[in-house]
Design a protein. Structure first.
Length: 312
């Protein structure tokens, strides 16, 4: 987690893998209490991790982009995000989401019978996520168990053996709620597509100050422009050019709060040749001018015991 001027953000490498460790090698588990609204640009940006994640929407409604799908989920709904699945959360209001991120090896050792029979099949399932509603009996039990896991963490003792006991029950219920029959997509194709997307995003992140065309982006993965457009729209729901412009604006926003550079200099440094166009696009995204953004009081966030921050 990094913070500036009251904002928090996900930290990833060039392949969008989250770099923060979730727990330790001895105990690969971490609990977080977060408000999506308090992140930079009111979203938890695209990232993935080898750990699995369980999320509960405690307050508010947000859009959860998981893999190639978008879900609008409200309070009382739960969510499981599988290992290595790219995801992004967006909010238009305060949305409180207690969540846990942990290694599947915490359920059972990877060379064990339990891991082979009950853990690996879930990780290999076609579904990139599962959504839980209290209206379904099994899913309701999953939500209640998830709340019990949260309660153990919030009581302050963080009892590892009690947490492990509840995680084992949670996984048993998850396994029973997983549809292993849906094999209509090729995992190999999904992995290859995600790798291609990450290569293109890495290229944009490294070269955003310069002039970049769709042809340049397509050349990095030896695909046609139409194939690149399809990958972007299916996986992150935007075009390569729109992603590039928004990434430039985010870098500009950071410079506005961390440097004394002039607005025109920041525009040039982030790839905008026309200052007027930069100002118009900036106001479209942030609902304020670059000058107003620089002067804004973002408040203070105390990210104690959080990777990504929550207002206390």
């Amino acid at each position: 987690m990094q913070a500036h001027e009251g904002h928090t953000r996900i930290v990833t490498d060039e392949f969008l893998r989250e770099t923060i460790p979730h727990g330790s090698e001895e105990y690969p588990f971490r609990y977080y209490l977060e408000d999506i609204w308090q992140f930079d640009f009111h979203c938890i940006e695209w990232h993935w991790h080898p750990e699995v994640e369980f999320v509960l929407i405690q307050k508010g409604t947000a859009d959860f982009l998981i893999g190639s799908e978008r879900y609008a989920l409200g309070a009382g709904t739960g969510l499981f995000i599988n290992s290595q699945v790219i995801h992004r959360f967006e909010a238009a209001e305060s949305v409180i989401i207690p969540n846990i991120v942990f290694s599947p090896s915490l359920i059972a050792p990877e060379d064990s019978l339990i891991y082979r029979k009950y853990v690996q099949p879930v990780l290999d399932a076609t579904a990139e996520c599962q959504i839980f509603s209290a209206a379904d009996p099994v899913q309701g039990e999953i939500l209640r168990t998830l709340l019990s896991v949260f309660d153990v963490q919030e009581n302050g003792n963080g009892c590892e053996i009690q947490t492990a006991e509840l995680l084992l029950k949670l996984w048993r219920l998850l396994y029973g709620n997983t549809d292993f029959a849906e094999k209509n997509a090729s995992p190999q194709t999904s992995v290859r597509t995600q790798a291609q997307l990450q290569i293109m995003l890495q290229y944009i992140h490294k070269n955003y100050p310069y002039q970049i065309s769709l042809d340049d982006i397509a050349e990095t993965v030896a695909l046609s422009k139409s194939s690149v457009l399809g990958i972007f729209h299916k996986n992150i729901h935007t075009s390569p050019v729109s992603y590039l412009v928004n990434y430039r604006l985010k870098r500009a926003a950071k410079l506005l709060t961390t440097t004394q550079d002039s607005i025109s200099a920041i525009a040039r440094k982030t790839g905008f040749d026309n200052v007027g166009y930069f100002c118009r696009k900036f106001k479209e995204v942030f609902q304020m001018t670059p000058g107003e953004y620089r002067k804004a009081d973002w408040g203070v966030i105390h990210p104690e015991n959080c990777r990504r921050g929550i207002v206390n």
